[in-house]
Design a protein around this ligand. Sequence first.
Ligand SMILES: C=C(O[C@@H]1C=C(C(=O)O)C=C[C@H]1O)C(=O)O
Length: 108
Amino acid sequence: MSDTRNDSSEIDPAVRAELTRLRESIDNIDAAVVHMLAERFKCTQQVGVLKAEHQLPPADPAREARQIARLRELAESARLDPAFAEKLLNFIIAEVIRHHETIADGAR
Ligand SMILES: C=C(O[C@@H]1C=C(C(=O)O)C=C[C@H]1O)C(=O)O
């Protein structure tokens, strides 16, 4: 596209309205994602404490493999790229394991 304008006054009002409507939904979805992630991290923190109390390792690769397989199937049926879903879950799990290591270090 050669048109690189970014002045909202030049955008067709109908296009502007549609863009605003879609962006409002995107904002709601982003808020839901943040809230869901916060709840997930609350649970994983508790798992971290439990593991530290019982000298269990921070990571559980077998559990991760089951989750990845499950998430890839869910992604496929939702028409989301399974490779993207796997990358996202791995990113989250890496952060969780980092938290678990920190909790375990504090318990030693
Ligand atoms: C939360 C756990 O700890 C780690 C993090 C996981 C996750 O974020 O889903 C899964 C497996 C573990 O490597 C767990 O063992 O359930």
